[in-house]
Structures are given as C-alpha cells and as structure tokens.
Design a protein around this ligand. Structure first.
Ligand code: F6P
Length: 523
C-alpha cells in the first residue's frame, strides 16, 4: 500500500483541516446547532458522541473516503474470514470467532465446533467450582482464586471482575502479574491453600514473570497439601498445552485456546476463566454476546454510521492531521479504574509501530501515548494539565447512565461533572488574568453506556478492539504482533546472572547502574 501522505484522500483531508483551522469547536456548534445529532452514533446499545471533535459532517465524509481508499472493507472481511492478517507471525487474528457463532475456517478446518467445546468446558468447570462440586484436596470448597498472568493474560480478566464486581458472587479472585515478590506476598496474605484455586493464564506458558510466580504458588500449595494439590488446585489457560503438561498438569486441568488469539485479545478465551468463576458463565456469555453484537455492526454497517470505524478514523485525524501526541481515557465509573491500563496495552502494543506491513519506515506518526484515570478523582489531579497544559490531548469520556451504587444523588453529581469536564475542555474560559485563562478547544468523544453490565462492557471492549484495527489498516501496520517487547526480555536474561553475582558481559551503563543498586542495598 502507498504511504498515507501520498494518498489523495489524505491530502484532501489536510486541505480540509486548513479550512477548519481558524474555527473553534464552539464556533462549529454555533454555525450548526444540530451537529450533536449529526456527529453521534450508536453501537450495541452504547451511544457515542463525537460532536466535541474538531470535525464536521464534511470531515466524516472525507475520512470515510480515506477508509475506502485504504481498503478497509476488504481488510475487515479478511480478519473475520480468518485470513492470515498477522503477517509477521503468519497467523489469523480471530478473537471475533471466540464470541460468535459463525463458521470460520483456518487451514481448511472449521473452528466453531472447537470454540464451542472450549466454552462448554469453561461452563462446566466454572459452575462446578462455584457450586462446590469441584473441591480442593482436603474436600474444602474454593473460596479464593489466585489468577497468575501478565499483560493480556491479566488485564482483561482484572478489568471485567472489577467492572462487574457487583455481580461477583463466586470465590474472590486475586491477581498476581508482576515479578515483584511483594505482589505475590500481598496476594497470598490470608489465603488458605486448602481453599485456593490457582489459575495460570499464559498464551505461551514461557513468560518469565508468570512461570516464576506459578512455580512459587505450586510449591506453596504442595507444601501444605502434598503432590495431589496439582490435580485439584491448579488450572492452566494456554495455547501451549505441551508446556503446561511438561509443567505437571493433566490434560483435564488445561483449558486451551488457539495461536490465532492474540494475548491482548484473549479475555474472550479460557483466559476469561477467573471471570466465569467470579460472576458465573451466563454473565461471562453476556460479555461475549455484547462483543459479538459489536462485531456484527462493525462488519455490516456503512462506514458513515459505523462507530468503531468512525472512532478509528477520528483517532488517525487527531494524531496525524491535528498532531495530538496523547490520548486520555476518562471513565466516570470507579469500577472502570482498570480501563485505561487495559486500553494502554490494546492500543500501544497494537499500534506502537514504525514500519508498514512491507517493512518500510512510515512517514506519519502512529499511536499516541494512552493514559488516563477515573473521574471525578482525576479532576483533582491531572485534569489541570488537560485544561491549561502546553500539550493538547484528545480525551474519551466513558459515562454510565444508570447509578452504579445506592446513593443516586452521588451519581447525579458524577454525571454533572462528566458533562462539565467535556464542556470546559471545549469552551475554555477567557480572563484578564492570564493564569485563569483556559484556552479550550480541546477535543473529546463521550461514550454513554446505559448501565455497567456484562453486555455493555463486552460491547465497549470490542468497539475499542475494532477502532485499533481501523487505525492499523489506515496506517498499514500490523496490529497483532509486538516484536518490540522482545529486546528488553533478552537483555534482562543477560543481566540476571550479574544481579545474582555471577560473571556477565554487561553494557557499561548497566554495570554502573547495578553498582549503584548494590551500594544502596548494602547501605
Ligand atoms: O510481553 C508482552 C506480551 O507478550 C503480551 O503481548 C502478552 O499479553 C503478555 O506478554 C503475556 O504473554 P503470555 O500470555 O504468553 O504469558
């Protein structure tokens, strides 16, 4: 594919940007008071308001023309049909097949029967743990699940359990991701091995942090309960069944998923097992159903009314035409506190790329830095930077219409603040005193969920997944690999012997740093 900058549709968009440049978003509102209706859409029950973006219906038309020119329709079909869209790893990206009921063939075999079989095993097992039919080695019911995994093998389940916590009537789930031993100590604190189930989630089953933490907990369980602990207390969700068997697990304790499920897209697979145990399989299936509803709309709706498509196009517009280096995720819902971290992996690992699919250096910017935090808390911390800082960021507000707690009056205050923040970012304020001036004209999109339930959470996460895919297609990058993370892993393996006092061939900068650490530790 030719580069974005040489695309006629992109050049038309840049000309259009220059005609818009003199006008503030507020001015666009004054000129067209109906832009709220024109620049809003819906997907799987979630309303999305783009009207505070620096865009008009004409911008949308030009962006849609860009999507057509970049081959988005063909790319969407290729992904859903199971083509090898992850070219550098030569595999499909079929997370959509995990939540759908369509026949999709990979290497000549229909994946649907296997997906259904895996889901059935999840249903039976999660139900048995919740009912107390699947018991520990001493006959005790499971009261805790220790979920060990990192990156995509942890962020999705953690987010889902926190978000849907009000419906979590199963065993309490605790997560251990980091290799920092403090995290493991904290998670194990107060746990009784007899009533603790270990779920190890790792696509590769080779991730250093996960295997080290899993080894430690396996030893903790076996020290208390003997070798039989493995059989009753340890479960794996992985695409590397062989490694899990070598590690000591029986086939029946392994919940496999396929190589064509990317780590950051794996919440929909057996990696979601802790979620099914916590909230029940019916609720987990509503999460899948919400995501599937998004898939259906993404695949079939015209681009002009297709929310994930529009979000992706606006993402490219903000990053490359309006030059915004950072994007801020602002859920006005405490239970969505982990959403920014989840999206950070989804977007930055997928789109943090500098070469196109053919390996040529890109001549535009790609993924902005993604960060954020819940409102209203963030209003008393980093929103100052949004209102008066020197960088301009785009923001996503996520608002839930129905109260998430008993104090309805508090929810009203929460909603008022969410509305006020996006307005304040757009309008700003003039003043004779320079320190009071808020320049405004800051862009945002607002998502409105009717309620924070499994369906809408699934729909929301799938909207973001597809938004990322759209951006990748426009930029012509592979959203499904992450080669950049390998370098650090390789260097860490070389540094570890030196940390343990053994001879190692260190870079002088690292030798210097290690000496500092040793001195600090000895002091
Ligand atoms: O190192 C990054 C990464 O590969 C992520 O893409 C992935 O989600 C995470 O590590 C965990 O990998 P695994 O599930 O194989 O343990």
């Amino acid at each position: 594919m030719s580069s974005l900058t040489s695309s006629p549709a992109w050049r038309a968009l840049l000309e259009h940007r220059d005609t818009l440049a003199a006008e503030r978003i507020e001015e666009l509102w004054r000129r067209d008071p109906t832009r709220g209706e024109e620049l809003s859409g819906g997907c799987a029950g979630i309303s999305v308001d783009f009207s505070k973006q620096r865009a008009t219906p004409a911008t949308v038309e030009l962006l849609v023309a860009l999507a057509r020119e970049r081959g988005l329709a063909e790319a969407i079909e290729a992904m859903f049909r199971g083509e090898r869209v992850n070219r550098s790893e030569d595999r499909p990206a079929l997370h959509t097949a995990l939540r759908g009921d369509e026949h999709v063939s990979v290497d000549g075999a229909d994946v649907l029967p296997e997906v259904q079989r895996h889901r059935e095993r999840m249903r039976v097992f999660s139900q048995a743990v919740r009912d107390g039919q699947w018991k520990g080695a001493t006959g005790a019911r499971f009261r805790h699940v220790l979920a060990i995994g990192i990156g995509g093998s942890a962020l999705g389940p953690r987010l889902a359990i926190e978000a849907l916590g009000a419906h979590a009537d199963g065993p309490e789930v605790r997560f251990v991701a980091n290799i920092d031993p403090a995290e493991l100590d904290d998670a194990l604190s107060g746990l009784d091995p007899a009533s603790t189930l270990l779920v190890v989630a790792s696509k590769t089953f080779t991730t250093q942090e996960t295997t080290a933490n899993a080894n430690a907990v396996r030893a903790w369980l076996q020290a208390a309960l003997g070798p039989a602990a493995l059989e009753r207390h340890v479960i794996a969700a992985t695409a590397n069944v062989e490694a899990a068997v070598d590690w000591g697990l029986a086939q029946c304790n392994i919940f496999p998923f396929d190589e064509w499920v990317g780590g950051r897209y794996s919440i929909w697979s057996s990696v979601g097992l802790p979620v099914a145990i916590a909230i029940g399989m019916p609720a987990f299936e509503r999460l899948l159903a919400g995501a599937h509803a998004t898939d259906l709309e993404f695949r079939s709706k015209s681009f002009e009314h297709n929310v994930p498509v529009l979000l992706g196009l606006i993402g490219v517009w903000n990053r490359c035409a309006l030059d915004m280096p950072t994007h801020v995720v602002l859920p006005y819902a405490s239970r969505l506190e982990s959403l920014p971290a989840y999206l950070q992996q989804l977007e930055m690992e997928s789109l943090g790329k500098r070469v196109d699919q053919a390996g040529a250096l890109l001549d535009t910017q790609t993924c902005p830095a993604i960060w954020g935090g819940v409102g209203t808390t963030g209003q008393h911390a980093f929103h100052q930077w949004l209102h008066q800082g020197t960088e301009r960021a785009s923001c996503d507000f996520i608002v839930v219409a129905r109260p998430m707690g008993r104090e309805v009056a508090h929810h009203e205050v929460l909603l008022a603040n969410a509305c006020a923040q996006s307005q304040a970012l757009m309008t700003g304020v003039a003043s004779d005193e320079p320190w009071r001036v808020c320049p405004g004209d800051r862009v945002s999109t607002t998502f409105v969920l009717p309620e924070l339930d499994a369906w809408h959470l699934g729909a929301l996460l799938a909207i973001y997944e597809h938004k990322v895919f759209v951006e990748a297609v426009v930029w012509d990058i592979n959203a499904f690999d992450q080669w950049g993370v390998e370098l650090g892993k390789k260097i860490a393996a070389g540094v570890l012997p030196a940390v343990r006092g053994k001879p190692a061939d260190l870079h002088p900068a690292t030798a210097h740093l290690l000496a500092l650490i040793r001195r600090a530790g000895a002091a």
